[in-house]
Write a protein that binds this ligand. Structure first.
Ligand code: C5P
Length: 410
C-alpha cells in the first residue's frame, strides 16, 4: 500500500471488446484513491489506445516485456513487486488459458507470475466461449489458486448474442474490489443466489468476564469484522442473527441482534438458536478463561499481590462443530505468528468446515479498519488481500456461500 494508505493496482487489459470500458474503470478506481498502472496485451491495443489510458491513469502505459526505456525506469520485476492488487479486466478466454497454465509469453502474464499480489479477474467473452469446458476448467484452476472472479454478467453481447459473458460495469468492479459494495447489482460470485433465505447465526465482539460488579477480564476485539460480515451476509440474502458481546457498533440493517456480555451468556444464546441455523460463523473473540469466583461486591485493594484464579470457558465453536447434523461451521483464528500452521491445526482440531485466519498485534487485526485473511477449508485455501473490513467481509461471504453450496450439494 502507498504511504497515504491507497492501493496500488496493476490493471491488466486483454484484447476483448469490453476493453473500451477500461478508461472509465481507471477513473472509478482512482476516484476511490487507488493508483493505477495499466499494462495492456498487444490485442488490447485494437480496442483502446494506450494514450487514452495514460491520460486517465496519469502514468505511462506498459505494453511490451523488454522495452529498454521502460525497463530502465521500473523493470518488470519491480513492477510486479509494486502492485498491491492485480486486476485483469477484461480477462479474455485466451488470457485465462495462459494464466491457468503459467505462461509468461508477454509482459502481463510475466507480471502475474512474478507477483505475490492477489489477482482478481473480470472475464468478458462470447457466451459460448464462457461455457466451453476448456474455459470452465481454466476458471476452476484459477479459482483453486485463490484468484477472485468478478462476473461475468448476463445480457446482450457485442457479437449480437445474449447470455453470460459481459464484463461487469466499471463501477461494479471498482466497488467490489475496493469497498465491497457493488452498485446496483448482486455481490460478485452471485452469493445472493447461494445464500437467499439461508439462516445464519454469527457471534461477534469481545466477551467480558466479571471479576466483581465493576471489573472484568476482556480483550481488544472491536467487533468490526463480525459486524461487517453480518451485514455482507444479510446483503447476500441470508437471514442473519448476530449474538454480540459488548461492541459500540450499530446493529446492521436486516440483522437480528442479541446482546450478551460473558462467554457463558454467549454460549447460552448460541445453543438456544443453533438448531435453526444452516451456517454458524464464530467471529467473536471469546475469553478462553473466566474468574473462578466473581465477587458479589467491589474488590478492595489491600494486599501487595493479588492472584486471580481463572477457569476454562466452554469453546462455543468446537461445541457447535461437534453437533450431530450441525450447521456449516466457520471459525476465525487470530494469531501473532505461524498463521497457516495454527489455522490448519484449528480447522482440523475443532472439525470446522472453514477457518479465516488473520495476524494480530503490531497495529493490525483488532480495532483496525483494514485486515487481510488467509481462508482455509479441507482441501483448499484462498488469501484475501489487505482491504477495508467491509470489502473483506464481502469477499469472505462469497467464499462461505461457495463452500456452503458445495457442502449442501455434496
Ligand atoms: O482456539 P481459539 O480460541 O483461537 O479459536 C478461535 C475461534 O474459536 C474463533 O472463531 C472464536 O470465535 C471461537 N471460540 C469460541 N468459543 C471459545 C473460544 C473461541 O467460539 N470459548
Amino acid at each position: 500500500m502507498s504511504v497515504d494508505g491507497s492501493y496500488k493496482i496493476l490493471l491488466g487489459i486483454s484484447g476483448g471488446i469490453a476493453a473500451y470500458k477500461t478508461p472509465e474503470l481507471v477513473r472509478r478506481l482512482t476516484e476511490r484513491g487507488a493508483t493505477v498502472q495499466v499494462v495492456m496485451t498487444r490485442a488490447a491495443g485494437a480496442f483502446v489506445t494506450p494514450l487514452s489510458l495514460q491520460a486517465v491513469s496519469g502514468r505511462p502505459v506498459r505494453t511490451a516485456l523488454l522495452e529498454p526505456e521502460a525497463e530502465a525506469g521500473m523493470d518488470h520485476i519491480a513492477l510486479a513487486r509494486w502492485a498491491d492488487l492485480i486486476l485483469l479486466a477484461p480477462a479474455t478466454a485466451h488470457l485465462m488459458a495462459r494464466l491457468a497454465h503459467g505462461f509468461a509469453d508477454d509482459l502481463l502474464t510475466t507480471l502475474v507470475l512474478a507477483s505475490a499480489a492477489p489477482v482478481t479477474l473480470a472475464p468478458a467473452m462470447n457466451r459460448q466461449m464462457w461455457r466451453h469446458p476448456a474455459t470452465a476448467a481454466n476458471l476452476r484452476l484459477l479459482e483453486a489458486r485463490g484468484c477472485r472472479v468478478l462476473g461475468p454478467a448476463e445480457g446482450a453481447q457485442a457479437c449480437g448474442e445474449t447470455g453470460p459473458g459481459r464484463m461487469l460495469e466499471p463501477a461494479e468492479i471498482a466497488a467490489a474490489l475496493l469497498d465491497g459494495t457493488p452498485q446496483g447489482g448482486p455481490p460478485p460470485g452471485d452469493a445472493t443466489g447461494l445464500l437467499a433465505d439461508v439462516p445464519v447465526l454469527l457471534t461477534a465482539g469481545p466477551t467480558r468476564e466479571a471479576i466483581d460488579p465493576v471489573r472484568y477480564v476482556g480483550n481488544r476485539s472491536s467487533g468490526k469484522m463480525g459486524y461487517a460480515l453480518a451485514a455482507a451476509l444479510a446483503r447476500a440474502g441470508a437471514r442473519v442473527s448476530l449474538v454480540s458481546g459488548p461492541a459500540s457498533l450499530p446493529c446492521p440493517p436486516g440483522v437480528e441482534c442479541v446482546g450478551v456480555e460473558s462467554a457463558a451468556e454467549m454460549h447460552a444464546a448460541v445453543m438456544a438458536r443453533v438448531g435453526d441455523c444452516a451456517i454458524f460463523v464464530a467471529a467473536a473473540a471469546v475469553a478462553d478463561y473466566r474468574p473462578a469466583a466473581p465477587l458479589p461486591g467491589k474488590l478492595k485493594k489491600a494486599a501487595d499481590r493479588l492472584t486471580l484464579e481463572l477457569v476454562r470457558n466452554p469453546d462455543i465453536l468446537a461445541e457447535v462443530a461437534a453437533l450431530p447434523a450441525g450447521p456449516f461451521t466457520v471459525g476465525f483464528a487470530a494469531e501473532t505468528e505461524a498463521l497457516a500452521a495454527h489455522a490448519e491445526a484449528k480447522l482440523r482440531g475443532k472439525g470446522l468446515d472453514m477457518i479465516a485466519a488473520n495476524l494480530v498485534g503490531r497495529g493490525v487485526g483488532f480495532e483496525a479498519d483494514d485486515n487481510a485473511l488467509l481462508v482455509l477449508w479441507p482441501g483448499g485455501r484462498c488469501s484475501l488481500p489487505t482491504l477495508p473490513k467491509p470489502a473483506l467481509a464481502a469477499a469472505l461471504t462469497e467464499l462461505i456461500a461457495e463452500r456452503y453450496a458445495a457442502s449442501v450439494t455434496g
